[in-house]
Design a protein around this ligand. Structure first.
Ligand code: NAG
Ligand code: NAG
Ligand code: NAG
Ligand code: NAG
Length: 371
């Protein structure tokens, strides 16, 4: 796991020089994919500010926060199961520290599968060994929509495996929850199309499915009800995240202004992906899968301190009952990565509008926060 700066530079250069090629062919969103995938196999290790990580690990405030997180996740899990009348169903799978170590050892071709039962203590399941995590920034991609709805349920009428996503954001400057920031998330649907953008093959400017914004509560927590994303050409399954700091929430439940302090993508472990992709309607998408290892952008998300795969647990007997997925992410609220967060369109009164100043050059490169 060696970071080769010239690889990143070459990637940026390649994409900067070919913005038209990159976006002219539907299904070839990142163009030059073969070459990039080769480079992507040399995973980037971004070990950032490890001292800051260690420093806050054992503070009473951090310990108390972890206790609250554990209780909260256990409660959410119980509620989601009740809502699906799955209280008594057995459940499967989670990722734990051992799985993280396997990730760090770069052998995530096999992921862990652990069976728990009702007697398993909450701490085992919902406890987190991450402390003041510094989550690496990642590329924004070309499909960010500015000023989306503030709402936690983004499913609309899309079909797929229900996914309740809980994310907790910690400001690495203070190791305190990032209270009040806005978290924007979006993904493609089960067959790989994004809403809100005019690019060919996507849902169109009039659609808003699987996009939403939430304000982080006093523990820095946001919750979304969405579906497990599908896949498209050249990318591993992923969920986009942007953190806005200092935005104003508008009376019509959208937001404006502020600056982008963090951009990232959550990835999902390969076993989970493979299982869901075999289910309808995911399996109607015949575009070849890109594995986590083959995806260039997973490299940006992998550090010794951060696992890009969120924890997850199934809610019932089968994956069709849905998943509870959670992650703790660190960000620096003083960072300003607006340059790296160009938006393809804006959601306004009357619908979506293309951004005439969309800057293609910045969509494929992450902010320079990688060691
Ligand atoms: C956290 O890590 C410690 C030491 O590695 C381990 O003993 C403990 O079980 C872990 N806790 C959880 C909740 O994974
Ligand atoms: C957070 O970002 C600010 C502004 O770029 C920088 O001065 C500071 O060192 C960063 N803090 C950490 C802990 O990374
Ligand atoms: C995904 O979105 C596209 C474009 O809106 C649509 O044609 C397709 O049917 C959707 N897939 C599913 C499974 O709903
Ligand atoms: C919400 O209000 C703002 C400010 O008036 C406006 O610019 C925006 O178009 C509105 N958005 C929607 C979806 O109506």
């Amino acid at each position: 796991m060696v970071f080769v700066p010239s690889v990143a530079a070459t990637l940026v250069a390649a994409l900067s020089l070919t913005p038209i090629v990159v976006f002219a062919h539907p299904g070839e969103k990142y163009g030059k994919r073969e070459a990039l995938e080769e480079m992507g196999n040399a995973h980037v290790v971004a070990v950032m500010n490890a001292r800051a990580l260690e420093a806050c690990q054992n503070s009473p405030a951090v310990k108390a926060r972890k206790e609250r997180a554990m209780a909260r996740r256990a409660e959410t899990f119980a509620r989601l199961r009740r809502e699906r009348s799955a209280d008594n169903a057995p459940w499967l799978h989670r990722r734990d520290a051992a799985a993280l170590q396997r990730w760090a050892a770069q052998s995530h071709d096999k992921t862990g599968s652990y069976d728990f039962n009702k007697d398993t203590p909450n701490k085992e399941i919902f406890g987190s060994n991450t402390s003041c995590v510094l989550t690496p920034d990642n590329a924004n991609g070309p499909y960010f929509v500015y000023q989306e709805h503030i709402r936690s349920d983004v499913v609309e009428d899309t079909v797929g495996v229900p996914m309740h996503l809980e994310m907790q954001f910690i400001d690495v400057q203070t190791c305190e929850p990032a209270v009040g920031i806005l978290i924007d998330t979006w993904s493609c649907n089960a067959t790989g199309a994004y809403s809100g953008v005019s690019a060919r093959g996507e849902g169109g400017l009039g659609t808003t499915y699987l996009r939403g914004v939430q304000q982080a509560d006093e523990d820095g927590v946001v919750n979304f009800d969405t579906i497990f994303p599908g896949h498209y050409q050249g990318r591993a399954t992923h969920q986009h995240i942007i953190a806005h700091v200092g935005s104003e929430i508008l009376p019509n439940n959208t937001y404006t202004g502020g600056h982008v302090a963090h951009l990232s993508q959550l990835f999902f472990d390969q076993t989970l992906r493979d299982t869901i992709e075999a289910m309808a309607p995911y399996n109607t998408n015949k575009i070849p899968h890109t594995t986590n290892l083959r995806d260039w952008f997973t490299g940006y998300a992998a550090t010794e301190k951060y696992d890009p795969f969120p924890n997850y647990i199934t809610l019932g007997n089968s994956l069709a009952d849905g998943l509870f997925v959670w992650a703790e992410l660190g960000l620096n609220t003083s960072s300003n990565w607006d340059y790296y967060a160009p938006y393809a369109s804006t959601w306004k009164e009357g619908g979506g509008y293309d951004n005439p100043n969309f800057d293609f050059r910045a969509v494929a490169s992450p902010p320079p926060t990688h060691g």
